[in-house]
Write a protein that binds this ligand. Sequence first.
Ligand code: KIV
Length: 303
Amino acid sequence: MSEKTESAYGGAAMAQKKLTIPELVAMKRDGKKITMMTAYDVAFARLVDRAGIDMLLVGDSAGMVMLGYPNTVPVTMDNMVQMAASVARGATHPVLVGDMPFGTYQTGPQDALRNAARFLKEAGMDAVKIEGGRETVDTVRMLVENGIAVMAHVGLTPQRVAQFGGFKTQARSARAARRLIDDAVALEDAGAFSIVLESIPAPVAAMVTERLGIPTIGIGAGPDCDGQVLVLHDVLGLFGDFKPKFAKRYADIGSQVVAALTAFDADVRSGAFPDADHSFTMKETELEALKQDLARPARPKAV
Ligand code: KIV
């Protein structure tokens, strides 16, 4: 049962029952589709929460849509922890996943454990996400053995954008697809509770989904995945710099924001804002007293 409470921003926040990782994994077994959305701050986390989304990813896509970098590589752990903590203060229902930035888990197990633990201890995340195939299997196993739930991520892993020569669809040849399927199986064996499949042919994603017991969450991976994820700014029309083919725009909030700000700009310049409805008054007697006080000659300053 959901309980409604009024919040200053994002309208009514719903204090909803928290979804757990085992419940999420069971959704695959029960044939229920899983939804995941990114968010990077408390206002949008509340809205994602109200929409009933199952998983909320604080993605390192923040590097592009929040921080203005050309790709996700420059994002730091401090960037991510601050945004993730904000998100955790706004979302009550979804499983919360913090995305491990480039260079925070490849440098060795101790670094991976320390950085992943920051997401749980400092930011209130339920799990972390790590990009990569078999080269990350030992890290995934070590994190899981130490009590940290891990979501894997294969296919177009944006942290390798330079190696890939751009944001290109992966696993298009039989050989590359076979490698990806084997990677996914190895990551499940290592203990990952779920896996993102990004920008791969739909039939390959279907084969991975059929072979794994854990949920596959697709982004540009066709309709046969157990769930789907998109980047919030793509869905809402808040980011025009880069639009992947797989990103579906469900709203054009960007245009509405520009229209609202243009109206504010015009109102201030014309004097239409603020009007009486948005201003404060004081008692006539107090105002008169103030005026008389100001009219009196100033008292000499004490030396
Ligand atoms: O960083 C991100 O937002 C992601 C999703 C695209 C899966 O990794």
